[in-house]
Design a protein around this ligand. Sequence first.
Ligand code: PLP
Length: 454
Amino acid sequence: MQPNPETLASRDARVVWHPYTQMLTRPAPLPIVRGEGVYLYTDDGRRFLDGFSSWWVTIHGHAHPRLNAALAAQAQQLEHVVFAGCTHAPAVELAERLVAALPPGLSRVFYSDNGSTAVEVAMKLACQYWRNRGEPRRRRFVTLHHAYHGDTVGAMSASEDSLFTQPFAPMLFDVSRAVAPYCYRCPLGRERPTCGIACLGEAAPAEHGTLGALLAQQGGLIAGVMVEPMLQGAGGMIVWPAEFLAGVRRLCDQHGVLMIADEVLTGFGRTGRMFACEHAAVTPDIICLSKGITGGYLPLGATVVTEPVFAAFLSEDRSKTFFHGHSFTANPLACAVAVESLRMFADSQVMEKVADLEGWLMRGLAPLRALPLVGDVRVIGGVGIVELVSDRATKSAGGYLDDVGPRLTQLFQQRGLLLRPLGNVLYVMPPYVITEAETAWMIEQVHDVLSTFG
Ligand code: PLP
């Protein structure tokens, strides 16, 4: 047989369309053939440290022997079965383990197959919950500025207006947007820790654009408030004071609206707690999970609700049924790997690893504050964030269109480090199995590139 003279990259260039990529000007994608631990390997033998967990999904490392074995064992038994009218052990065991691990009160698991669908399910459930309870006027959502909830139509509607959503504006529905606790760029011009979390608008609901103000004005029309607790991801890696999260729960209770926590990014340890809601000891009415749920192996979504939310759908009346389901709902392979991943949390000191990583990131990234282009450094759990500015006094910086992100991506790639900055917001979010020496190496690359960047 003649060897194929073509590379993977050149074959890719002819037939594949990549996400979030301008296909005319893109650099060639990395032809990855193998993963192990925190590393990815190309077909020509290069090695890259996966500094952002392959879009925030990988937690125990690539090609982990225990997850591989769980997947292989399940594949021998049952690869897939319809989940309307059938059930299977991996789905039931996963639901039991999720309910045990989640903040108390979340008790019913609805499966889907990715983060965006977990969010769509949450929004549809919230909307129908009020209809089923005879309050159909409550169908509007409040979300936050800088939010990112996914790429399907409901999730895009809930997300901040941005370059990503503009082409689809005619398809999107209206939501109310409240200000977010972006302390480095406080929307009210206050300073921590003396601000009293004024951006919540709890004490002064007249404060323009705050959650308190919006709920005071529109409370009777609101189905739910949806937030990314503690860490707003794609909208700029914004780390919250936990007091804001506690206040969201209080305001939702005061106004009798559902609180939806989108923990697609933050779930499964990423912020240093198993779920970010634990930072403020709150239980949302609905929580959205995906990404790390399978340790980053396979697509799976879960939307988990409290018993009162579930109860609103229990009826002889068929119109109260939740008519939503995807072909791959509760795929057994994905569920089996997710169960094994949760077992690893129980027996492999996973949260201790995240705590160590948080310490290494805090100590390692702090000196970067001295660099002229660094405006802010923030760390939460296994996520380290460096916000770049062109002028520290005015905090001015380019947005996603600015080419700083792609330029940095290329510079890190040349050094064997995979990162994908969000415009001027550079962050590291490695798999939890990264060692102290590997973390130090990663931070050294960040330091060296930023020291000479201009
Ligand atoms: N919600 C949040 C908070 C996310 O960060 C993401 C993805 O980054 C999503 C939802 C969408 O998840 P998916 O990409 O699996 O559709």
